[in-house]
Design a binder for this molecule. Structure first.
Ligand SMILES: [Zn+2]
Length: 275
């Protein structure tokens, strides 16, 4: 399942919005959207009540005045809808486009192109409604997912694996269900895949009902984040995910500004997960 809304490209946060439409067109042109079982979901806004379970009223008021409320709420709505469908077995995997990212949005603060914590809202919805008993989140965006750690860190039913480029622990919500994987600033494909495979094995041991992948490709060589990955790293990562989690993966787009790299990286992931 592909989650996509035209508004992400029109009103999304610059520079993230520039990659959205070209990458979606690429999926179309490559024929991935015509594959059996692949549907495109146009999301509605996430219900306010769900946002209020994760974020404070003060935070939501701030987001409302940011000018990115609509795109943030639609982005989150897409992740929530995809999560429920995946849990119900109505789809095997999902790739969610977004107009603004989520992993730097904490209960009461946001920065770095993020406004509402899409995965945090969706995960807590599944747990609160009894739709899932355990969840795993693997965040491969090279920036530390501080907002997700703030929201899901204390939740023992969620395993949060967090790749980042800052050495040393931030000391936020550390514990058995929070794993930080610092890699050197100039890390390349092989080092990443070695750690990613080990982390995915740990995620499998946790026996989650659903695996979230926070998919930032700002780790691509030349993009604005740390690391020096080639597009092949994302393909290898997707293969490692599919091998361990043949069904029940919800990929959510995060950082990455390159249009060409975005087409290639997102294309590889969708190709593997829908193949
Ligand atoms: Zn990032």
């Amino acid at each position: 399942m592909i989650v996509y809304h035209d508004l992400f490209a029109e009103q999304g946060y610059p520079p993230l919005k520039d990659r959205v439409e070209p990458a979606f067109q690429h999926l179309k042109e490559a024929g991935y959207l015509d594959r059996p079982g692949v549907e495109v979901l146009t999301p509605g806004p996430a219900p306010l009540e769900l946002l209020g379970r994760v974020h404070t009223p003060h935070h939501l008021a701030d987001v409302e005045s940011s000018g990115f409320w609509e795109t943030a709420v639609l982005s989150t709505g897409g992740v929530v809808e995809a999560s429920v469908k995946l849990i119900r077995g109505e789809a095997d995997n999902a790739f969610c486009f977004v107009g603004a990212a989520g992993h730097h949005a904490s209960r009461e603060g946001y920065w770095g192109f993020c406004f509402i914590n899409d995965v945090g809202v969706a995960a807590m919805h599944l747990l609160d409604e009894g739709l899932a008993g355990r969840l795993a989140v693997i965040d491969i965006d090279p920036h530390f997912g501080d907002g997700t750690r703030d929201i899901l860190g204390p939740e023992k039913r969620v395993l949060h694996i967090n790749f980042h480029s800052n050495y040393g622990s931030r000391g936020v919500g550390m514990g058995a269900t929070n794993i930080d994987v610092p890699l050197p600033f100039d890390a390349e494909d092989d080092l990443f895949i070695e750690h990613a495979e080990a982390c995915l094995d740990r995620a499998l041991d946790f026996e989650p009902d659903l695996l979230y992948v926070i998919f930032g490709y700002d780790s691509h060589v030349g993009d604005y984040g740390a690391f020096r990955f080639s597009v092949d790293a994302y393909r290898r990562f997707a293969l490692a995910v599919r091998e361990r989690f043949p069904g029940g993966v919800c990929c959510v787009l995060s950082g990455g500004s390159g249009v060409k790299a975005g087409k290639a990286a997102i294309g590889e992931v969708v190709d593997i997960l829908s193949g």
